[in-house]
Design a protein around this ligand. Sequence first.
Ligand SMILES: [Zn+2]
Ligand SMILES: [Zn+2]
Length: 352
Amino acid sequence: MAVSIPPKLQQAAVVQDPGPNYTISLCEDSPITSPGPNEALVKLTCSGICHSEVRAVRGWGVYNPIIGHEGVGVVVAVGSDVSSTLMGERVGFKWLYNACQECSVCRKGFFHHCSKQQNVGRHVPGTLQQYSIADARFLTTIPSGLSDVVVAPLLCAGLTMAGALAHVDGELQAGDWIVISGSGGGLGHLGVQIASRVKKYRVIAIDSGREKRDLSLSSGAEVFLDFQNEDVAKRVLELTEEGAHATIVVPGTKEALQMAPSLVRNLGHIICVGLPKNDIELPISATLCAARGLTIRGSSVGSEAQMTDLLQLAVEGVITPAVEVFSFSDTPELIRKIEKDEVLGRAVVKIP
Ligand SMILES: [Zn+2]
Ligand SMILES: [Zn+2]
């Protein structure tokens, strides 16, 4: 593939004044840097917009002014320690930029739980720009047969759900019940697909509104419950007799976390994925947790092996992300919509 020399300046979406009055402006003079020894420069074609960007714009932590961590593009330059065979390859950016590779967690292969990890759009500029620097050792190579805009949501949303569901491999069996809240969003609908189509669980999807209902059911949910106008806990108990075997809490809300223990049976599994404001703690009775033998588990993104498997499932047509494509200039408006939970499936912007 022919690779042209990158320019010195580029377009980027830049977050200013993170907090309640944040703004996102589109600039045309953001610098393009050269890759360091282990790095690669990637010309991006598109970027998914993850719900967790709300944390960045709202200032619930320190993030890079250039956010985005679901980018797809082509390698246009590599550092001195990177094989030149990477040039021209189609690659994906994930939340994990790199990890120490030396701690006990990394040595087990769980780079995405390394305490020294760096993240795309947090410690280094993200994917809402034309060119982005990657640590070549942690890039995902994209198989052929998938369009860039379909790949983007798999890099964070899909991987996060694959990682979350992997925690109950060996605990649940085909035919067991799992409740996925936030089922019509970017993560949720992919979680429903993996749970129903790959793991063969019976899925109860929770979200609100007709469009999210339709997406949840077409993704493989057996039942959809609208939390705005149904007694969800009562309905789950009726459907499952004792409660579900597990639930994945996708929304970063206190209400969703609060409801989780009432959705599962004794010895059930609660997997926390959503990222609420930092001062929101798990609202669960310690006594009930002990008496009922519940397992509560946190989960963040997933491993490279899970990423590879998920991309292959997409190539085979088993996993089919629901994507709506927007232009780059729509980025500020899209982030506002994500804050209000108004995005169905995943929003992906085309990078100019
Ligand atoms: Zn994300
Ligand atoms: Zn480490």
